[in-house]
Write a protein that binds this ligand. Structure first.
Ligand code: PMP
Length: 453
């Protein structure tokens, strides 16, 4: 069957009830700029949504939500507002090239500015020289290389845990940890804003999922009191929240999970390398021994500019994962160049602590600039800066305006964030120069809700 594409504007959502005034102001200002003009975004679908007024829907995907999604994409493309999946022709970094034009990048989570660092690229090349490009096996059988063990020791040492185990992505690490350690009958209490992979890991385990209000210890306690001790309970949170940039209340989480004999998992994907005096993550940020946390998971694709993920914790827990978790036993080991780059990056993080200092300076500078322009940037205290516009359409139009001004800052809409809180999720990095941030701020200033410019 074919779906019609001529419906109105499915990307626009009603403003959330009680949305802040400045959010609404930002939205209406952005909306008043008219349809996305300027250079056309590249079409990642090779005309699928633009060639005709209808597109084919095979029976496999002939479902109402697919119709709605495709209508949204078609509308976004018609309005020149669909700016996702724009292919970069070189390395990511503070400046990128796309379609022969340079753009200031404000949406990449290369927090320490390490993509392309010569020692890290050399680490990847050396690992290829020693081990080749692939492992030729799953870790449990023939796919363990010496460099995996070296990386895992370095990771555990950096995080302050007994041990660490690598996986092919941060997503896979969360599936491995939660999908293996939880069982039907267990209760997983997840922060409402926790990463999708934490929810998916609990679904894989068949555990009962009970979300609690974001960073709200009172709400968490209400749920813990209703489940524990009849059930085994695990609380899972992000250390630094990927869409909001705020930090979890780790001391209170440790205290409450102890008191209720529950377990605690902290996903450090955005905290590793960025939080704490030495970039050790959320425990480092609070000056707490990481051994107080039952499980730490994370990614090797953010401050560490490689690919892969990890689970860190007690040796016995990880020995169990090594024999039972599907992502470890049934999936090939982390490719050597990723392991080599990640290992080199951990060394660079130690040798170049000034990067973390610069990251914090840049985050403050951009944050203060956006605040003084009147933008709503939520509760962030990290290099992740959400510019909350409210409606999806206003986020798309603001992103388009910035793109025309030479800045890439991508919109994030529900369900990745709560309804009515669409935003541009900005990531500042240590590699941004003062001039870069000034350029970004002047692009934002022309649509500032305070109307100052
Ligand atoms: N956890 C969090 C909090 C994340 O933000 C992400 C990725 N954005 C992941 C896990 C998954 O990491 P990876 O990209 O390495 O799969």
């Amino acid at each position: 069957m074919r779906t019609r594409l001529d419906s109105g504007n499915p990307l626009t959502e009603a403003e959330a009830p009680g949305a802040m005034n400045k959010t609404s102001t930002a939205a209406s200002l952005a909306e008043s700029s008219g349809a996305g003009g300027g250079e056309r975004y590249m079409d990642p679908f090779a005309g699928l949504f633009t060639a005709a007024s209808t597109i084919p829907l095979q029976p496999l995907i002939d479902r109402p939500h697919v119709h709605r999604l495709f209508e949204s994409i078609s509308w976004g493309q018609a309005e020149n507002l669909y700016g996702y999946q724009q292919p970069l022709t070189g390395m990511s970094g503070p400046w990128v090239e796309r379609g022969g034009r340079r753009f200031l990048m404000l949406s990449a989570y290369d927090y320490l500015g390490l993509i392309g660092h010569p020692a890290i690229s050399a680490g990847a090349v050396a690992a290829i020289g020693q081990h080749g490009t692939g492992t030729g096996g799953v870790r449990l059988l023939s796919g363990t290389a010496a460099i995996h063990l070296e990386l895992e020791r370095a990771l555990a040492e950096h995080l302050g845990t007994e041990s660490a185990l690598t996986f092919n992505s941060g997503y896979a690490a969360n599936l491995a940890a939660l999908g293996t350690l939880l069982e039907p009958g267990d209760v997983a209490l997840l922060d409402a804003y926790a990463h999708r992979s934490l929810y998916d890991g609990c679904r894989l385990a068949g555990a009962k999922i009970q979300p609690f209000a974001h960073n709200d210890i009172v709400d968490l306690e209400r749920h813990l009191a209703s489940f524990s001790p009849a059930h085994r309970c695990l609380v899972a949170v992000d250390g630094v929240y990927s869409m909001d940039g705020d930090v979890c209340p780790l001391p209170a989480l440790i205290e409450i999970t102890r008191r209720y004999k529950a377990f605690l998992l902290v996903d450090e994907a955005h905290a590793l390398g960025t939080a704490g005096a030495r970039g050790g993550g959320t425990a480092d940020h609070y000056g707490i021994d990481a051994g107080e946390i039952d499980l730490i998971t994370g990614s090797l694709s953010k401050a560490i500019p490689a690919g892969g993920g990890f689970v860190a914790g007690r040796r016995a827990t990880l020995a169990y994962l090594q024999h039972v978790s599907g992502a470890y036993v049934y999936s090939a080991g982390l490719p050597p160049p990723c392991a080599g780059a990640a290992l080199a990056a951990i060394r660079v993080m130690k040798q170049e602590p000034e990067r973390l200092v610069r990251l914090k300076y840049n985050a403050d500078r951009l944050k203060n600039g956006l605040l003084s322009l009147g933008f709503d940037i939520g509760q962030t205290s990290t290099p992740i800066l959400p510019v909350i516009t409210g409606s999806n359409e206003s986020a798309y139009r603001l992103a388009r305006h910035l793109f025309d001004a030479g800045v890439i800052a991508l919109p994030v809409i529900p369900p990745a964030v709560p309804r009515g809180t669409a935003r541009l999720r900005l990531c500042v990095t240590a590699a941004h120069a003062d001039d870069d941030l000034d350029m970004a701020l002047s692009a934002f200033a022309s649509l500032a809700p305070s109307g100052r410019c």
